[in-house]
Design a protein around this ligand. Structure first.
Ligand SMILES: *Cc1c(COP(=O)(O)O)cnc(C)c1O
Length: 387
């Protein structure tokens, strides 16, 4: 067993060794520019990119033509939201989103407010679910876009995406979803779910960093945010990152085959983990929805402790705390706050993110260490307050 144990798979995932193998030739003989239409080097690079595009399209059940490669989910989200805002501004300037979205969505929306768009930030219930009725009643004649994530990156709650998609379709409003935590982990189909635009990223699904995709349904207009050579049907100019795209394709191909098995195994491991902690420790709260949640996520508040201190006491376990879950800037998690947790509770919370390479042995070890450091922290604070 290798220490520290990696349980931060919502931040990023280890690149699958099979993905590394698929990428390696691209750094050697496959160095052509996929946009070079006049020679063999270009054709071969283009063929590799199109194979990957097909694999990704198959995973999310769309047409390969509807995939736009980007540098990651952050860029995809910016392109989707700003691109729709620009293309449909004459129709209306209202966008609906949810308080628990990733900062890539929230900060993009905030930027648009500076340009005269109005944004509705809907609340969630204590499990992190947004109400579909509230979305329906928030849609106004000026609404052009609804953007709601499939699975939350901190608490793992899975939104009723198909119902939200139906509401948007009925009302003639575009629907974008940040599917970064969902694609490759749970089944996602853009037709079934009535999704018009969808952002996701390779490095959250055992692929390389620096590559992502935006799904754009045919006939949906998106104003490009990067101008130049007109790559990716004009949606996103810039020479394609062939090695990363090939890795992304391989990751998608593996996910399509293995995601069900991974999900079942990780849900069992996660449940074992949570049940053991509940047995051994008092006063712990499990954050997020009890059933509508990612199989590999456990977000836990250890009441009366400080998560950052717990993590210092168990440097052999790599996790994230409620003060640093989704961004480079540490502040109490806006997601946990939106569930109604107090600042003390937020700062006593740790996110455990299991992944494809997590073993039973690692979970057994982690249970022991967490129980030990939480008990020690509580004894310490008890003796401080009673001495
Ligand atoms: C990681 C993440 C992002 C950002 O993805 P990048 O590819 O790192 O830009 C956006 N949304 C969610 C839900 C994420 O988990």
């Amino acid at each position: 067993m290798k220490l520290p144990i990696y349980l931060d798979n919502h931040s990023t995932t280890q690149v699958d060794p099979r993905v590394v193998d698929a990428m390696l030739p691209c750094f050697g003989e496959l160095y052509g520019n996929a946009a070079s239409k006049q020679h063999e080097y270009g054709w071969r690079a283009e063929a590799a990119v199109e194979k990957a595009r097909g694999e990704i399209a198959r995973l999310i059940e769309c047409d390969a033509k509807e995939i736009v490669f980007t540098s990651g989910a952050t860029e995809s989200i910016n392109l989707a939201i700003k691109g729709v805002a620009e293309a449909y501004a004459s129709k209306g300037r209202h966008i609906i989103t949810v308080a628990t979205e990733h900062k890539a969505v929230l900060d993009t929306c905030k930027r648009l407010e500076k340009y005269g768009f109005s944004i509705t930030y809907l609340p969630v219930d204590t499990n992190g679910l947004v109400s579909v009725d509230l979305i329906r009643s928030s849609i106004a004649p000026s609404t052009i876009l609804v953007t709601v994530m499939i699975a939350n990156n901190e608490i793992g709650t899975i939104a009723p995406i198909e119902e939200i998609g139906n509401v948007c379709r009925e009302r003639g409003v575009l629907f974008h979803t940040d599917a970064t935590q969902a694609v490759g982990k749970i089944p996602v189909g853009v037709e079934r779910m009535k999704i018009d635009l969808m952002s996701f990223s390779a490095h959250k699904m055992y692929g390389p960093k620096g590559v992502g995709a935006l799904y754009v349904r045919q006939k949906v207009k998106v104003a490009p945010q990067l101008d130049g050579g007109g790559h990716e049907h004009g949606y996103r100019s810039g020479t394609l990152n062939v090695p990363a795209i090939v890795g992304f394709g391989k990751a998608a191909e593996i996910a399509a085959r293995e995601m069900k098995g991974d999900a079942d195994r990780l849900a069992r491991l996660r449940d074992t983990f949570v049940e053991a902690l509940k047995r051994e420790l008092d006063e712990i709260q499990i954050n997020g929805h009890p059933t509508e949640r990612l199989p590999q996520n456990a977000n836990i508040t250890f009441v009366g402790t400080k998560a950052d201190r717990l993590m210092m006491d168990m440097k052999d376990i790599a996790v994230s705390s409620g003060s640093a879950c989704s961004s480079a800037s540490p502040e109490p998690s806006h997601v946990l706050r939106a569930l109604g947790l107090s600042d003390d509770e937020v700062l006593a919370s740790i996110r455990f993110g299991l992944g494809r390479f997590t073993t039973e042995e690692e979970i057994g070890y982690t249970i022991g260490r967490v129980v030990e450091v939480v008990k020690r922290a509580r004894e310490r604070s008890y003796s401080l307050t009673h001495s």
